[in-house]
Design a binder for this molecule. Structure first.
Ligand SMILES: [Fe+2]
Ligand SMILES: [Fe+2]
Length: 273
């Protein structure tokens, strides 16, 4: 397969769906990243076989938030506006990373069917919407994205799985995004319990969309397992071990997980831990 370099902005390939995803991934300012996602239209040409030489410094991100170890992200009380803003900021950072993850899978992994790239484009658009909802809510609470430190766990898993699409699908949508399904009801209830209905409503919107993202991950993971003659449950256990996936602990949102396409064998394996 011939290696083509990323064309400069305005050059040929500007209208290529996967090239536009790479350009949006490289954008550093959140405004530019959201504009980059909007610029990927359904009418863009799609070359599933094309390969790219990425620019250095992926993913593009702004100088703030400061990235720290998970243990250094302060836990704050939901009773204060500052505490709720810190929680919304943590969620906004997850969504910022989620935009990057959806864009990354589009340019990085060549040779999949057209529907694969269109699925992840839908995910990128929804993640951008989630980020924007949280960013606006933060603004209403007197804060901006970048005001609090954040951790980078989601992107670190992207790096560990950059050479293996099956591992990426197993460990990002089916592990880390699925963990979001489990965490959402508790986060939602915390916000609602603090009488912050606006923020709770945003978490509801995100949860509904995230079921779709995990479903897309499940669909392509199982398709690839089927093609390779691998058992999805055994293969998952092996990939989780090899790439150091976090051990998942309950309570699990079984209803959301079922809606996202996990079957009884997978849910049983999850609960056996
Ligand atoms: Fe999201
Ligand atoms: Fe997502």
């Amino acid at each position: 397969m011939d290696i083509k370099t990323v064309p400069p902005a305005g050059g040929d390939g500007q209208d290529c769906l996967r090239g536009l995803a790479l350009a949006a991934l490289a954008a550093t300012a959140w405004r530019d990243k959201l504009a980059g996602v909007r610029a990927i239209t359904d009418a863009a040409a799609l070359d599933c076989g094309r390969t790219f030489t990425p620019p250095p410094g992926l993913p593009g991100r702004p100088p703030l938030p400061e990235l720290v170890a998970p243990s250094q992200v302060p836990q704050r009380s939901m009773a204060t506006q500052e505490g709720r803003a810190a929680l919304l900021h943590a969620l906004a950072h997850i969504e910022f990373n989620a935009v990057n993850l959806a864009l990354d899978i589009m340019w990085r992994f060549a040779g999949m069917p057209e529907a694969f790239y269109r699925d992840w484009l839908r995910v990128a658009r929804e993640e951008a919407h989630h980020f924007d909802l949280l960013r606006r809510r933060l603004e209403a609470l007197g804060h901006a994205y970048g005001d609090f430190p954040a951790h980078n766990g989601l992107w670190e898993m992207a790096e560990r799985t950059q050479d293996d699409l099956l591992a990426r699908l197993a460990l990002v949508p089916r592990t880390l995004e699925a963990r979001g399904l489990d965490a959402s009801p508790m986060i939602r209830n915390k916000l609602a319990g603090a009488a912050d209905k606006e923020s709770a409503a945003i978490v509801d919107i995100i949860l509904a969309d995230e079921i779709g993202h995990v479903a897309i991950g499940n669909f392509w993971y199982k398709r690839l397992c089927g093609q390779a003659g691998k058992d999805p449950v055994a293969c998952y256990a092996e990939l989780a071990r090899r790439h150091g996936a976090p051990r998942l602990r309950g309570p699990f949102n079984l209803e959301a997980r079922r809606a996202a396409g996990f079957d009884d064998a997978e849910l049983a394996a999850l609960q056996e831990g």
